[in-house]
Design a binder for this molecule. Sequence first.
Ligand SMILES: [Cu+2]
Length: 146
Amino acid sequence: MKLALAAAAALTLAATAAHAAPKVSAAWSRPAAQGSTGAGYMTLSNAGPADALVAVESPLSGHVMIHQSAVANGMASMKMVDRVPVATGRSVTFAPGGYHLMFMGLTRALGVGDTLPATLVFASGARVKASFVVGLAPPVAAPARK
Ligand SMILES: [Cu+2]
């Protein structure tokens, strides 16, 4: 009886974890040549337990890095980031001048209207598929957030 209860509880936990993965929206990228570095911008929102983006995989890039741009003393720079926390009830925006993804060594060119597929890997183990639409500016459907 105790065992059955524990199993039921474990199942409930697993279902909750799957349901509560952070969501990605307004994912977009810029046109880029084959062999060059592609950019990735998006909004992550999290209605579930606190989580963090820890890696990104793409069939079009052997290595995807998470970067953060910053301006210090008038100088713009980028640094590599191991994880981007997404707290419960919060959203994090990846945009030019801030967090962004870098898709190293694109295996094909990205033109306007193409999509760049990727899988976002979170610290919780959640794997969320994303489709970055290639364009010159963010998708207009992006909800305004402060
Ligand atoms: Cu970068």
